[in-house]
Design a protein around this ligand. Structure first.
Ligand SMILES: CCCCCCCCCCCCC/C=C/C(=O)SCCNC(=O)CCNC(=O)[C@H](O)C(C)(C)COP(=O)(O)OP(=O)(O)OC[C@H]1O[C@@H](n2cnc3c(N)ncnc32)[C@H](O)[C@@H]1OP(=O)(O)O
Length: 349
């Protein structure tokens, strides 16, 4: 069998070279790029019947050594990736086009059309990312909204039915759902960290760490705290703010803004945040003698330094941090409120 050259058709995009080799039932394919030259060898049925066919192409600019190819009954498609994403003036190093090579008009695009195709691809990818991001945030906010609504409604109904008696077993009826919601709330620190929402990581961290210390360390680990009335006030204040905040975020995910809800999200924290921190501070103060008595989480010390380092000391420092945290978040929320109200006024004018 003599060695012949098949017809080859080519087209390009900013990142790729497409070659269509007119060879049917191709077998024993040997396609590689060496020293920026594509070597193609195969047996198949081409213009001169069944034969060995081969060709080589010296590319104009550097290409990646990996080649992908796919052969069908009628032809062989070869894709070569360019080293740099840019438009080439021609395919081959030599100015004169090889005789077996011709433009592939089925795939041919000029530079500006290819740019538009690229832009459309970028827009499609960013829409997909945006859709995924919004979908995730919407679901996250929906789950939190349902969780906190369940807590709020449950506590309100129990308050109406049982009156003050409902204060004392709040923990046993509500804690599991609160654990779930507050564990999920860790996402609120991760979301701005990975750029999913544009807000400060630090204020979110203060809020999540602050609440979780109260929930898991003070209430969760001290049975003596679990039937105290303060649990009711802490949980009620947390859930009251969240039944407005999460639906506000849900609507933001679908680019919707309800005036009253926005106003509530950016105003209701003014009385609720200080009250919440006050309730948390009372819980911490009530837990101090219990930690001293039970020596829970206390660290044993060498006898020269005393018997042990009580956890209540750490909590006294935490009490100071709580008010510092309150100050930082109050300032943050004031700024968010001003920014929000200003942008709304601008929209109305
Ligand atoms: C290193 C840690 C140190 C720890 C020290 C510990 C001390 C801690 C002591 C403090 C204790 C506090 C404990 C908490 C107590 C209480 O909760 S009391 C009850 C009352 N609580 C409140 O009122 C606080 C409510 N919480 C919040 O408002 C927030 O959690 C916040 C972080 C404090 C502020 O929210 P932020 O996200 O910064 O502001 P926003 O304006 O709402 O959002 C900014 C933009 O981001 C978008 N966005 C944010 N989250 C989402 C989301 N989940 N889904 C979708 N979009 C989101 C939002 O839409 C905004 O976008 P734009 O409108 O386009 O700007």
């Amino acid at each position: 069998m003599q060695t012949l050259t098949p017809h080859v058709y080519w087209a390009q995009r900013h990142g790729d070279i497409y070659l269509r080799v007119e060879l049917s039932d191709a077998k024993n394919l040997d396609i590689c790029v060496q020293d920026n030259t594509l070597q193609f060898k195969a047996q198949g049925h081409g213009a001169k019947g069944d034969n060995d066919y081969e060709f080589s192409l010296d590319f104009l600019e550097p290409v990646k050594p990996e080649v992908s190819h796919r052969s069908t009954q009628r032809l062989v498609n070869v894709t070569v990736r360019k080293q740099e994403q840019r438009w080439w003036d021609r395919l081959t190093l030599q100015e004169r086009k090889p005789l077996f090579l011709a433009p592939d008009f089925d795939r041919w695009l000029d530079e500006s059309d290819a740019e538009m195709e690229l832009q459309a691809k970028v827009v499609r990818v960013s829409f997909a990312y945006l859709g995924l991001k919004k979908g995730y945030l919407f679901m996250y906010n929906l789950v939190q909204f349902l969780g906190f609504s369940w807590i709020f409604v449950n506590m309100t109904v129990r308050l109406f039915i049982l009156g003050q008696d409902s204060f004392y077993d709040t923990f046993h009826t509500i804690a599991d759902m609160m654990y779930f919601c507050q564990m999920m709330a860790v996402a609120e620190v991760i979301n701005p960290l990975v750029g999913l929402v544009k807000t400060g990581v630090f204020p979110a961290m203060i809020q999540v760490v602050g609440r979780n210390v109260i929930l898991f360390v003070i209430f969760g680990s001290l049975e003596e705290m679990q039937n105290k009335a303060v649990v009711f006030f802490v949980f009620y204040l947390w859930s009251t703010i969240e039944i407005f905040r999460y639906p506000f975020y849900m609507l933001a995910c679908i680019d919707t803004d309800w005036k009253l809800l926005t106003w509530l999200r950016y105003s209701i924290w003014m009385p609720l945040y200080p009250l919440g921190v006050l309730a948390e501070a009372i819980a911490v103060i009530q837990s101090l003698p219990i930690f001293d008595e039970t020596r829970l989480y206390s660290i044993p010390l060498p006898t020269v330094l005393g018997s042990s380092f009580s956890f209540s000391f750490t909590l006294k420092i935490y009490l100071v941090l709580m008010f510092l945290g309150l100050f930082i978040n109050f300032r943050h929320l004031f700024r968010q409120r001003r920014r929000r109200m200003r942008s709304r006024k601008r929209k109305m004018n």
